[in-house]
Design a protein around this ligand. Structure first.
Ligand code: THU
Length: 150
């Protein structure tokens, strides 16, 4: 199921601040025994609620889940769509963008999404999902094939 949403082009400064604060709070719960690289994420949905996530690593490294996907799963599991904005906080020199897997994962649920990234020094960078994931693979490609397998 693809739930399209037209994200508001801008959040208020207060909404942005709140979202970044929530992401930074979530970062404190990061389970990172291997990378020691904490990430916090917060997703604002159309209902006005905020869902947070942190990265959760695993001794089988590929089983690690990023903060952004934890936050997204939390919103989806609550039945709270569409996503309106994503904030990501990292402890890096430059604010870190969502990885490729997270971009793809988010694109399942939104057409576009404002992304606000910050580091712990307060450096902020803004982007959006469509620019970060051009020519995305979507369910539309699969739907084109419906019935062909019968
Ligand atoms: N990580 C995230 O949580 N989000 C990203 O978008 C990039 C990577 C996590 C996964 C792993 O726990 C650590 O950062 C190092 O890759």
């Amino acid at each position: 199921m693809i739930i399209m949403s037209k994200p508001d082009s801008v959040l208020t400064e207060e909404q942005t601040r709140t979202l970044l604060k929530k992401a930074e709070g979530a970062m404190k719960h990061a389970y990172i025994p291997y990378s020691h690289y904490p990430v916090g994420a917060a997703i604002l949905t159309g209902s006005g609620r905020i869902y947070t996530g942190c990265n959760i690593e695993n001794s089988s490294y590929g089983a690690t889940i990023c903060a952004e996907r934890v936050a997204a799963c939390s919103a989806v599991a609550a039945g709270d769509l569409p996503f309106r904005a994503l904030a990501v906080v990292t402890d890096s020199e430059e604010p870190g963008p969502p990885c490729g897997i997270c971009r793809q994962f988010l694109s399942e649920f939104v057409d576009d999404l404002p992304i606000i990234m910050a580091n712990l020094k307060g450096k902020i960078k803004k982007g959006n999902l469509r620019a970060y994931l051009p020519a995305a693979f979507t369910g539309a490609f699969i739907k084109d094939r419906e019935g062909e397998m019968e």
